[in-house]
Design a protein around this ligand. Sequence first.
Ligand SMILES: Cc1cc2nc3c(=O)[nH]c(=O)nc-3n(C[C@H](O)[C@H](O)[C@H](O)COP(=O)(O)OP(=O)(O)OC[C@H]3O[C@@H](n4cnc5c(N)ncnc54)[C@H](O)[C@@H]3O)c2cc1C
Length: 496
Amino acid sequence: MRSAAADRGAVHRPPCRADAGPDDLETDVEEIQNSVYWHDTEPVEVGEPLDGDASCDICIVGGGYTGLWAAHFLAEAEPSARIRVLESHTVGSGASTANGGFVGLTAGKVLRRLLWYYGREKAAGVYRTGARSIIDIGRFCRRYDIDADFAMNGMLQVVTDRKQLARLELQVKRSERTGLRGSFKLMGRDEAQERIGSPQVLGALRTTGALVNPHRLVQGLARVVRGQGVDIHEHTPAVDVRRVGNGYRVSTPTGTVTANEVVLATNAWQHSFGQTHTKVMPVWNYLMVTEPLTDAQLDRVNWPGREGVSNSLSFAHAARLTSDNRVVWSGGRWYYFDGRDTGRGHIRNAAAFRDLRESFARFFPAWDDVRFSHAFGGPIGWSRTFIPQFGRLADGVVYGHGYTGNGLAPSHTGGKILRDLVLRRETEYTELAFVTVNQPTFAKGAIGDTGAHLFVWRQETGDRLPLMLPHQAALAPRAFFAGRAARKARAADTGR
Ligand SMILES: Cc1cc2nc3c(=O)[nH]c(=O)nc-3n(C[C@H](O)[C@H](O)[C@H](O)COP(=O)(O)OP(=O)(O)OC[C@H]3O[C@@H](n4cnc5c(N)ncnc54)[C@H](O)[C@@H]3O)c2cc1C
């Protein structure tokens, strides 16, 4: 068995680039690259695939933030443990590179759901650890000299219509009721437009948060993890995970790994495993990146704090500046493709890019001459409660997924949860609301497809209507979720 750390070195562009022809993208007069902008900021170093049969103490399936943070914290806690990460493409080639790089606290709608399902104390715990993770990601970059442009600029949650204003006011009340630290003063229109110069903005709330280059973060994290002695096998999809004796056998096209513990960390791809098939739905979300703005263009729009900005729609849009003064414009409608399709060709989506252009033009009319250079998307792992899920399955396999589009900070927290679940420790991390078994699941097959389409329709309609629709959590039997959470999740493997 060769070490991936020793073998790596090949530098090339990862296989996320869409290989379809240019016909279905409306390029207008611009030359838009259907590729992940962040890849242009650092080349990718690719490790070797697994070659033959191998064994280890802990096998982690999936090399995005979740799998890599878990590997990092496990290697830190148990330096002698033999750990392998299996990644079907290259590290970060899922959502962990194809995202906007907003490192924020879980969005407002999640607070509502956390309060409903788990109550005030658990909700506060999630936000407390989330805030800590934001700071710790910055510390991690500094400690390991990872040049990921981490900047603690904060986030501006803006409102662009009266319904969003009502929603934000409710969010402020909930935050105060939960005892969350911070200033929850809503800015009025003038003050908000001083912070972000969009004529659409009617008010804003400033919250904690940072910006990062997500690709450099995941590449740096992978380097640290390799340096800790973890073998990362790229181009090595796990095709089967099964219990054998007291351990597990993970099969791949080029060999097998026998391990004492297995962690499933494939997020939007968790449906590929029988054990997690109905826990997460893969939905696609998109972003576009402009060419670098000139000083004259920058001067046209107030944005003195360079915060991450997002509106308060269900399918929210978000904006940020990069270190070379491009604007990243992300979000909007989710796309679900029947059969839980996660084919990497969906990185491009002409309809999504058209919507993004239009919403950008409405939000930043002063930048009507700004050209887009990159457009791409990635798969989100959607959990039915919108709350990430961690735990042990009946066969003892550990899992973590379901960030529902907000995974940067929660996956760092998640790495610690996975560490403690694997090491069978009871800590503040295994007490978090993320660790639960009674999560509602999605239907299989065509019923699941229909449900996903209906959900997208409902959210889109809700965003268009002037009134707030009741949320599903309000209809759920609260005690069912709240009462039996973490204890039962940890107990799921008592038969081992
Ligand atoms: C367009 C978009 C914008 C986003 N913007 C933000 C943002 O600004 N802020 C934020 O907090 N979150 C954002 N997110 C969400 C965030 O990117 C994710 O929550 C996070 O990356 C999830 O990390 P992960 O490691 O769990 O999943 P992933 O990064 O998707 O990693 C899963 C990995 O598993 C691999 N894999 C799949 N199947 C197998 C298999 N069978 N065997 C081995 N490996 C396998 C995949 O190749 C992949 O690398 C965004 C997501 C998208 C799509």
